[in-house]
Design a protein around this ligand. Structure first.
Ligand code: UT7
Length: 334
């Protein structure tokens, strides 16, 4: 057994200023505010309009704020893991670009792509480095400029996604009753047929044909994704509660991926928890993919108390899903 637990010691985030409302969307495609609110639960999302600013820029802004807030020098960072499905370029990794933008030089860094579960997977990877003592200060940053792969002529996809970034600092503690306690991470590659980006990879590289066929945008068949998401997120979250004997009233917060309000509600119902135990900001940001969980923790940071039991859960392209059980490690900072 390792000597250390990993615990989150700081969090910050960045969202672009531009707000894309349902009203504006309903002038772009055949949709309505009422349809989007009823079927998805999103009112508005943030969009990075500047063409020369993408995932690395947003991630770097979040990391700079995090370093300042936690009084950490870039030189102290041992590892930066960037969770993203919209890297600035195929290579080098967006994590490498962020490291350069914020002045991290004594570290290693890379990207992790597990669809909308990228941040959760990255958190667990970073946790293992901290638990073994291999790394002492690790940044996990989730950043996605989803607006670059959303087809704004496809009404079944364009209301869902938004842009944003969030970053956490992870450090070791010898208090084995705090921090990241347990995780269950899952994959079922069969899901790739319902949610993917057809072109731009080595199988189907960019060509005039792929551009003409709009194959660089998200392809999603919503219903199978919805069905899997509802059952799988609840399965792992309920398992985690049983395994650690967490009764519904013991859970301070459920922190779910923000893809659809109906998925969040159904999962919370199966866990037997009430809506006021659930962090929700989907109305204002939509699905920011790798940034949903850190954006939630960032907005709720001042309400979190040392020892609070949290379950984080995601579902996304792959399919990938999982749940992480953690005990929050600090009281609200004054
Ligand atoms: O984080 C990544 C993982 N992704 C997800 O978790 C997404 C999971 N899936 C979903 O959230 C939902 O399936 C959607 C929000 C994508 C779609 O909602 P739905 O309730 O499953 O709708 P549907 O696909 O069954 O479509 C119902 C109707 C269709 O019309 P007809 O065929 O019944 O006439 C659609 O064409 O709603 C229509 N529709 C729309 N109408 C107005 C689809 N999109 C829209 C729209 N506005 N934006």
């Amino acid at each position: 057994m390792s000597k250390f637990n990993a615990h989150i010691t700081g969090i910050d985030a960045y969202v672009p200023d531009y707000i894309l409302t349902n009203d504006e969307l309903s002038r772009m495609v055949d949709t309505t505010d009422e349809w989007i609110m009823t079927r998805i639960g999103i009112k508005e999302r943030r969009i990075m309009k500047d063409k020369d600013k993408a995932s690395a820029f947003m991630g770097a802004e979040a990391v700079k704020k995090l370093l300042a807030k936690t009084n950490t020098s870039p030189d102290e960072i041992d590892l930066l893991v960037c969770a993203t499905v919209t890297p600035d370029m195929q290579f080098p990794a967006t994590g490498n670009i962020i490291s350069d933008m914020v002045g991290i030089k004594n570290a290693f860094s890379h990207d992790l792509n597990a669809g909308c579960s990228s941040f959760l997977y990255a958190l667990m990877e970073a946790t293992k480095y901290v638990e073994t003592g291999f790394a002492k200060k690790v940044i996990v940053v989730g950043t996605d400029k989803m607006s670059t792969i959303v087809d704004y002529t496809d009404r079944t996809v364009c209301p869902i996604f938004g842009d944003g970034a969030g970053a956490i600092l992870l450090e070791p503690t010898t208090d084995k009753d705090l921090g990241i306690i347990d995780a269950e991470l899952k994959v079922d590659g069969v899901g790739r047929k319902w949610l993917h980006q057809k072109a731009g990879g080595s199988l189907n590289p960019a060509s005039h044909e792929t551009v003409d066929a709009r194959e660089h945008y998200i392809y999603q068949e919503g219903q199978p994704v919805f069905k899997y998401a509802v059952s799988r997120m609840a399965d792992v979250s309920v398992d985690m509660m049983k395994k650690h004997d967490i009764k519904p009233d013991d859970l301070a917060w459920f922190v779910p991926h923000q893809a659809n309000m109906r998925i969040i509600d159904a999962t919370a119902r199966r866990m037997g928890i009430s809506p006021d135990q659930v962090m929700i900001n989907i109305q204002r940001y939509g699905n920011t993919t790798s940034a949903t969980l850190p954006l939630l923790l960032w907005e709720w940071e001042n309400k979190l108390k040392k020892g609070d039991k949290l379950i984080l859960s995601t579902f996304g392209a792959g399919f990938t899903w999982g749940a992480v059980y953690l005990k929050w490690a600090y009281d609200p900072k004054k």
